[in-house]
Design a protein around this ligand. Structure first.
Ligand code: ATP
Ligand code: IPE
Length: 266
């Protein structure tokens, strides 16, 4: 089994204020997936411009101040849920058109968080879809939170990857981003940044924190935190650049590609 995460920055124009698909990238990636050989495959995708602008505008996940604030956040929940669902529909459609048997899985219909951390979800249905040969496609979403002071939260695709990997124990976890992997500093603004082939500790996270663009779920440092926790649970992962031609295809086929391996700190 492979879990493949497609970051919001590669399937959408993430820095746009309104939902905008990167249709060229999505079509190419869907084609690459269809051309590769995989057994069981789960695809998790981010929200990009279909989710972050709304979640941030309505302060989803912030403490509820009063009834009016709750009403506003519920409105934001509804709008954000619609945005990310629309993106998921497009991802599933592009995959299907290219020959991948995608099936849509909506987190807000069965996943709950507690203080913004994924707390419960039954994976039986996902297992059944996989057994039949479907490729489940799940995504960053808004969900109900058990913490009474929050009530609703944003659940990132990265948290979902960690939860699925922890419980389903895939052979590989591949995170497709828009950079070659994790660098010692943000490569987008530091031309001298160096790619780290292996990351085993979150000491590097401090270097990243100050440098990233606004992202309600934590950007690269949030991703690294999830992946280090996962590594400590015994599942390694790799970050690769999906903007580069055939990297996803080669990675799915088990070939060695440029990237960062996140390993347990021993
Ligand atoms: P998702 O959108 O699902 O969160 P993603 O991989 O598509 O994942 P980001 O969360 O935006 O995208 O994280 C990737 C971005 O993080 C890069 O485009 C880069 O600008 C930024 N970044 C900041 N610091 C670093 C670093 N040290 N190494 C690599 N990328 C970094
Ligand atoms: C965020 O999901 C979900 C919402 C904003 C509702 P992600 O955190 O996985 O999205 P990207 O990949 O960073 O765009």
């Amino acid at each position: 089994m492979i879990i493949l995460k497609l970051g919001g920055s590669i399937i959408t124009k993430k820095d746009y204020a309104t939902p905008t698909l990167d249709n060229k990238n999505l079509a190419r990636i869907a084609h690459e997936i269809s051309e590769s050989s995989y057994g069981k495959l789960i695809i998790v995708h981010g929200a990009g411009s279909f989710g972050h602008p709304f979640a941030s505008k309505y302060g989803i996940g912030d403490e509820i101040k009063d009834d009016q604030d709750l009403w506003n956040k519920m409105l934001g929940f509804s709008i954000t849920q619609h945005g990310v669902k629309e993106l998921n529909g497009l991802v599933c459609e592009y995959l299907r058109i290219h020959g991948v048997l995608s099936v849509s899985i909506q987190p807000s219909s069965f996943m709950l968080t507690k203080n913004k951390r994924l707390y419960s979800a039954s994976l039986d249905l996902i297992r059944k879809y996989l057994d039949l040969g479907f490729v489940p496609v799940i995504y960053g979403d808004v969900v109900l939170d058990l913490d009474e002071s929050i009530k609703i939260a944003v659940l990132s695709g990265d948290q979902i990857v960690k939860y699925l990997a922890e419980n389903l124990r895939p052979e590989r976890v591949i995170m497709a981003s828009d950079v070659d992997g994790i660098y010692n500093k943000n490569p987008k603004i530091n031309p001298d940044a160096e790619l780290l082939k292996v990351v085993t500790s979150n000491e590097q996270i401090e270097l990243i924190k100050n440098n990233q663009t606004v992202d309600v779920t934590g950007g690269m440092s949030g991703k690294l935190t999830e992946l280090l926790e996962l590594a400590n649970l015994g599942v390694e992962s790799e970050i690769i650049n999906a903007n580069k031609f055939n990297i996803i295809k080669n990675a799915l086929n088990g070939e060695k590609v440029t990237g960062t391996l996140i390993k347990k700190n021993i």
